[in-house]
Design a protein around this ligand. Structure first.
Ligand code: GA4
Length: 325
């Protein structure tokens, strides 16, 4: 990834406009929800979720664990790294030279157990694992509720076609805790810097929580960057590349990025809902009708897609490699 110069970021920031982020109230009648969810996924690949089922304490306990970990001396944190594939990482994103002003923890979601990684992250690894597991269990339910609504909204007869993949015991879902330290203006000399460069998420769906510090921006289909006001009481949902394929291009996997432009530290927690590695990905039968509506993508497994993602740069368009001839 070429890190944009501070000037180019400032220019693109000037172009940003206030946008009403689509909001899905999960306490609404199911029948009213389908339409709004499908519309948000089609138009932006992004929406906010309010009235979700995750207890406040489940989120605050994980935030606390993250804060405790990132406050440790670098040498201690490094014992939990490198994040290849799981553990502590900083500055480097992926294996191909992408960088950002952040540090992070990448955590395996399955199996839910006290892993060796937990032992290097916390002095109380059992507590750390419990806190992470409670969060994962709760957020997985939100992810499943959302994809079940999507499936219903699309009129797919198999009601659990997507949640079944996410619930699979071998699902390759990942939890990521990002920490964007406050920017030292004296050192950097600019107000905005790239925390995490522009990209789409490769998985099915991402559910994001962040503290009350802004930085996330999403791109519209016209390439306009929209700042997302932070909201620690609610979650944000992003359509991933696989959901774009599963809907045969009807939904868009949203390009997003995170800027560090503040004197406050930003923390975000992302749950990336993914299939098991050997799961074949093709558009849902309802989304194709050859010859009028052929599949836009050739079949591939999640393992193949992941391999492609890791062989490219963060901002590259991996879906192009899987387009049908
Ligand atoms: C983006 C979404 C998740 O954070 C992630 C990232 C992964 C990584 O940081 O190791 C990737 C990136 C993400 C997409 C392209 C590849 C892989 C870095 C990178 C350059 C954990 C994921 O699954 O894909």
């Amino acid at each position: 990834m070429v890190v944009p110069s501070p000037n180019s970021i400032m220019k693109s920031c000037k172009k940003t406009k206030a946008m009403e982020i689509p909001t899905i109230d999960l306490s609404m009648e199911r029948s009213e929800l389908w339409e709004v969810i499908v519309k948000a996924c089609e138009e932006y690949g992004f929406f906010k979720v309010v009235n979700h089922s995750v207890p406040k304490e489940v989120i605050s306990r994980l935030e606390e664990e993250g804060t405790k970990f990132f406050a440790k001396p670098t040498q201690e944190k490094s014992q939990a790294g490198p994040a290849t594939p799981f553990g502590y990482g900083f500055t480097n994103i992926g294996p191909n030279g992408d960088v950002g002003d952040l540090e992070y923890l990448l955590l395996q979601v399955n199996p839910l157990c006290v892993s060796n990684t937990s032992k290097t992250i916390s002095n109380d690894s059992t507590k750390f694992s419990c806190v992470v597991n409670d969060y994962i269990e709760a957020i997985k339910e939100v992810a499943c509720e959302i994809v079940d609504l999507v499936v219903e909204g699309l009129g797919v007869p198999d009601k659990f076609a997507l949640s079944r993949i996410i619930r699979d015991a071998h699902s390759d879902s990942v939890l990521r805790i990002n920490h964007y330290p406050p920017l030292n203006l004296k050192l950097k000399g600019n107000k905005n810097s790239i925390g995490f460069g522009a990209h789409s998420d490769p998985q099915i769906l991402t559910i994001m929580w962040s503290n009350n510090v802004g930085g996330l921006q999403i791109s519209t289909s016209e390439g306009l960057w929209i700042p997302v006001p932070p909201d620690p009481n609610h979650f944000f949902v992003m359509v991933g590349d696989l959901l774009q394929v599963l809907t045969n291009g009807r939904f868009i996997s949203v390009r997003h990025r995170a800027l560090t432009n503040t004197m406050k530290a930003r923390m975000s927690i992302m749950y990336f809902a993914a299939p098991p590695p050997n799961w074949w990905i093709t558009p849902l039968p309802k989304m194709v009708s050859p010859p009028q509506i052929p599949s836009l993508y050739r079949p591939f497994t999640w393992a193949q897609y992941k391999q492609a993602a890791y062989s490219l740069r963060l901002g590259d368009s991996r879906l192009d490699l899987f387009k049908a001839q």
